[in-house]
Write a protein that binds this ligand. Structure first.
Ligand code: ACO
Length: 429
């Protein structure tokens, strides 16, 4: 077997170092030995946006972006989306194995038993302006939970950790639905723990689809599958934000609130909202070529397209596209689907997108479904956050049990002024 090391020669000095290779990586700290002068700091890696830096070892989610593969704990996303419920997938992400039937029944009951929210949280949710963006409200709600459950600070106690996991899974949909209805002057609908996770969420939102007070099973299943598809995606922007925050032993509410903040941006989870606004702006399939000219002229980005990791079809986007038509059979079609399908067809044949390997991502079709189900555009990123919560929590649990992890603290290349004399205020230019 060949030697599992990497030999690096510093051509400034002729110094050669040998670094161990493990899992196709080398320890970045090994480069620090490379110095020109003995008192130099030593060499570092420069990697803005962490395009080629592994920050952790993880067993939760596998993505092969070139082949368009996504697996949670080894199970293909296609199979989980077909066979599993969202809470079953949450269990899988958190504990590493699919639950048996009796464990799943118990798990569902334990999460659903946590769906009532504190009166203090209700009071807080009533203080936001009616037009407050739901992501700002959700960030505040999750951060506020840190004050209601101070025991959450005991991040190194596994039983305390699990209690916070159950609270977050159970309470977040209730907080979202409460804030949504309150913002519209509608009375709150209490959670019904006898329902499934997604049925209960749609029930609390007031989306009884079939007119007799129940939720249409096709819509409830579509919601559940969309949550499954969003449940984890390894070390993306929001998960990395969560790991960074939690690496200081901050409590999980603060860490998840920070992750939601990272998700809010239009380059990440805010893209589903941005796609809908883009499709509405295009407004007509005839206007697609002109819009793509603006994209290619770098005036705007084609939202819902492109991905840091996928250089092939995002497998989630294909499932979402299929669900769209199932939902439209119940709700009636969303006219924006025709624009989206034609936009995708035109873009994936265009050399600009082909040469850059840009394909639809999970956000391209999801908003069209949410809109057909009755969700307002600004709540779309919140739906992403609800789906991603078990993934964030699974990554947090993994981090807390990882003896190799330390507080996240990147380095910089300082290019500012050297030391200079301090001018008194009257002598400044
Ligand atoms: N529209 C037009 N051009 C694009 C797009 C796009 N959506 N995405 C990438 N490109 C181009 C870039 O301009 C760049 O071209 P260049 O090499 O000629 O300069 C090239 O493709 C590479 O793009 P980067 O920005 O370097 O790719 P990066 O990995 O940094 O960004 C990102 C990935 C942020 C997702 C990007 O593709 C994007 O902005 N997409 C639109 C927003 C979006 O849909 N975000 C959701 C992502 S999925 C998720 O977070 C759940």
């Amino acid at each position: 077997m060949s030697k599992q090391t990497l030999t690096i020669t510093d051509n400034r000095t002729g110094q050669t170092i040998e670094l161990p290779i493990e899992h196709d990586t080398v320890p970045a700290i090994g480069l620090r030995q490379l110095k020109v002068q003995a008192d130099d700091f030593g060499m570092m890696l420069y990697d803005p946006g962490y395009t080629n830096t592994a920050s952790c070892k993880s067993q939760v989610t596998f993505v092969d972006g070139d082949k368009g593969i996504l697996r949670y704990r080894g199970y293909p996303i296609e199979r989980l989306a077909k066979e599993s419920t969202f809470l079953e997938v949450a269990y899988l992400l958190l504990f590493g194995e699919l639950p048996t039937a009796s464990k799943l029944t118990d798990w569902n009951a334990r999460v659903m038993a946590q769906t009532r929210i504190d009166d203090g949280l209700k009071n807080l949710l009533q203080t936001f302006p009616a037009d407050a963006h739901p992501m700002g409200v959700l960030i505040s709600a999750v951060a506020a939970m840190s004050t209601f459950y101070p025991e959450a600070k005991q991040v190194h106690d596994s039983e305390t950790r699990l209690r916070q996991v159950l609270r977050m899974l159970g309470q977040l949909p209730t907080a979202v639905a409460f804030a949504y209805r309150n913002g519209r002057g509608l009375p709150a609908i209490e959670p019904d723990a006898a329902l499934g996770y997604s049925d209960n969420f749609l029930h609390m939102m007031g989306f009884a689809g079939d007119g007799d007070g129940g939720i249409d099973p096709v819509l409830a299943r579509a919601m559940d599958v969309l949550f499954v598809l969003h449940a984890d995606h390894e070390q993306n922007c929001s998960t990395s934000a969560l790991r960074n925050i939690a690496s200081s032993d901050a409590d999980p509410y603060c860490a998840v609130a920070g992750a939601i903040g990272a998700l809010y941006g239009p380059l990440h989870g805010g893209a589903n909202e941005a796609v809908l606004r883009m499709l509405a702006e295009i407004g007509d399939v005839k206007k697609i070529p002109a819009y793509l000219d603006r994209v290619k002229g770098r005036e705007v980005r084609l939202m819902g397209f492109g991905h840091r990791v996928y250089k092939n079809y995002d497998p989630r986007a294909q499932i979402v596209k299929k669900i769209a038509y199932e939902v439209f059979d119940v709700t009636g079609s969303n006219p924006l689907i025709d624009i989206a399908v034609e936009l995708e067809r035109t873009a994936i044949e265009d050399d600009y997108f082909v040469s850059r390997r840009l394909y639809p991502n999970v956000d391209f079709y999801s908003g069209i479904i949410y809109q057909a189900m009755g969700f307002p555009v600004e709540i779309f990123p919140v739906l992403f956050a609800l789906g991603r919560t078990p993934g964030w929590l699974a990554q947090w649990m993994e981090l807390m049990g990882d003896a190799e992890q330390r507080i996240a603290r990147p380095r910089q290349i300082y290019l500012g002024e050297g030391e200079r004399p301090y001018p008194p205020i009257g002598e400044r230019g």
